[in-house]
Design a protein around this ligand. Sequence first.
Ligand code: NAD
Length: 287
Amino acid sequence: MEINGKTELFCLIGSPVGHSGSPAMYNYSFQKTNLNCAYLAFDVKLEETEAAVNGLKTLGCSGFNVTMPCKTRAAELADELSDAAALIGACNTMVIKDGKLYGHNTDGIGFVKNLKEHGVDVKDKVMTVMGAGGAATAIQVQSALEGAREIHIFNRRDEFYANAENTAKKIEERVPGVKVNVYPLEDEQKLYEKIGESHILVNATKVGMKPMEEESLIKDTRVFRENLVVADAVYNPRETKMLQEAQAAGCKIALGGIGMLLRQGEAAFRIFTGENMPTEEVYEKFF
Ligand code: NAD
């Protein structure tokens, strides 16, 4: 990679970013697609978001990814939002063009694309999604935008519960034809009943992620059946307890969160450059 006076800058903002795999992934992809672009990571705290974004605009940065804790603030700063970013209220991918800031959210796009890569289309499907945080909201919104018929959201009665209700309201107001219901995760009987009516079950909570890797929200594994598609947003560990138990119970499709992570990056690369990321190579080298 040769950096010169015409090299375009892309970057990641958020805090912490030191552990991020994004610079390696994007710089490799720029090189492979012969693009004169470079990608850096900048540690930006929440209260620094606006100053950082203004600085990037001034310097002519072409686009940037946003991670925690800046995603919601970034959406507030955008001049225009994609439908998904507007409904989610958070951005992970932003483009600067002619001084204007365009906000996108590719997390849900990554989730839906990963399912498609495994032969599953969310269109007309009934889904049960556990969770109401960032990942869950993105999955719920994108699934609704791509034609899911009904979404059952389950979350424990914590500080995220109101977010689930808010997401349900926004989706029903703005996406015609989708029904969204919210239930407390504590109502296990209701959870199993709704999974029984669903084509797709998703865990988008932190349960199953280290240090909760010995836990699964599905205590009664009899709810798993062969044709239930099971997906986890968690990618650390690669295969959560829920996925292992789903497979053991005969579920044909049980997908971890790593595919979603890969595909959200792929989608961001396309938004940034208009080119296809060398996804398979990126997966082999960096995931
Ligand atoms: P968040 O903090 O925004 O939301 C946390 C969610 O977990 C909430 O719904 C909360 O109620 C729930 N939760 C936490 N502890 C719980 C418990 N003990 N019992 C039941 N529910 C509990 O987090 P997030 O950013 O949405 O991340 C959630 C998971 O998704 C993490 O494991 C994260 O690594 C993963 N994630 C994956 C991708 C991907 O691309 N695969 C993208 C984003 C996040």
